[in-house]
Design a protein around this ligand. Structure first.
Ligand code: ZN
Length: 319
């Protein structure tokens, strides 16, 4: 049986723990925004905002919708970034370069349509055959997706710039052309990513999600001249078909994409789809992707274009 004295000691100890938790909450709130002033809240969102909407009155040749099929052609780079060298894990990502991209390119050839491939410089270096295959038809664009899929929010500003410079230089050597389009690895802008996009002279970004039509990005109240071709977490397959995805059948996913496309068609704006060859290059999703492309092609007034073609058109009024 516990003595009165030991019960008192226990209750005192509990009291001390309770007090220290309360103090910790006061000094390190887990929800810091709850204490921000109006000015701090405005400042927090000011880095990259929606500026002018850029959907033109009419797309080239009187088309009513612009369609950009984009592929984040990630292979081993994101795993290597984290130091993973397991051949099994690497092989599942290598599928993207070895099987996914060739299958996607064959499908695009059958339909004679262009696409944009965002690649990391490391994946480009490891897969010269994939890079040559993407460039073969002359229809496709290659945009940049980081050096080794580094997460911009997890490196210093100086390191982010060093990696971006290194990536641009390396990818320019591989393709013979400086990339015009930027898509942030993991779609994650840091506080300086937009400044770097401007400084390095990119025509457009495709990482933000504030609209589902093209817009000019504004930063701290000023237009940046950078075109945004927005993407969306519903218009990609990783949350559904990826390792933690729970999509039993890609048919459901393509029903969602079809409804999104129909909406863009009705609104006369733009439809951007982002797929990953290491997932979407498998047989079942490829079957649905091809059916989807056939459906889009059956509609009159669709302009299939690369991201750079769309960005140039909305910025300069010509394809
Ligand atoms: Zn990626």
């Amino acid at each position: 049986m516990a003595s009165v004295r030991s019960l008192m000691l226990i209750s005192t100890a509990v009291g001390v723990v309770g007090l220290s938790v309360a103090r910790a909450q006061q000094t390190e709130p887990s929800q810091p925004g709850t204490r921000w002033s109006d000015a701090q809240l405005r400042e927090a969102v000011a880095t990259a905002r929606v500026g002018r909407k850029l959907t033109p009155k009419m797309w080239p040749n009187g088309a009513r919708v612009a369609v950009c099929l984009s592929f984040d052609a990630d292979s081993e780079a994101p795993l290597l970034r984290d130091g993973t060298t397991s051949p099994t894990a690497l092989s599942a990502s290598d599928f993207g370069a070895e099987s996914g991209v060739p299958r996607i390119l064959a499908m695009l050839d059958r339909h004679q349509i262009p696409a944009t491939f965002f690649v990391t410089a490391v994946d480009a270096m490891l897969h010269p055959d994939m890079m040559a295959a993407i460039q073969k038809s002359g229809r496709h664009e290659i945009g940049i997706h980081g050096w080794i899929h580094e997460t911009p929010t997890r490196v210093t500003a100086a390191e982010e710039e060093r990696l971006l410079d290194q990536a641009v230089e390396s990818l320019t050597k591989v393709t013979g052309k400086r990339p015009l389009g930027y898509r942030a690895p993991s779609w994650a802008f840091s506080a300086v990513t937009l400044d770097l996009i401007q400084k390095k002279g990119f025509l457009y970004d495709s990482s933000l999600q504030a609209l589902d039509e093209p817009y000019e990005i504004e930063s701290r109240g000023k237009p940046t001249g950078v075109v945004e071709l927005p993407i969306d977490w519903t218009l990609t397959e990783t949350p559904f078909l990826g390792q933690n995805g729970r999509m039993p059948n890609p048919a459901f996913l393509y029903q969602l994409y079809k409804d999104e496309f129909d909406g863009a068609y009705d609104e006369r704006t733009m439809f951007v789809l982002t797929l990953h060859p290491y997932l979407s290059g498998h047989r079942a999703p490829m079957h649905h992707l091809e059916q989807f492309v056939t459906y889009i092609q059956s509609k009159p007034g669709v302009w299939f274009a690369t991201g750079a073609e769309i960005a140039r058109y909305v910025k300069e009024g010509k394809p």
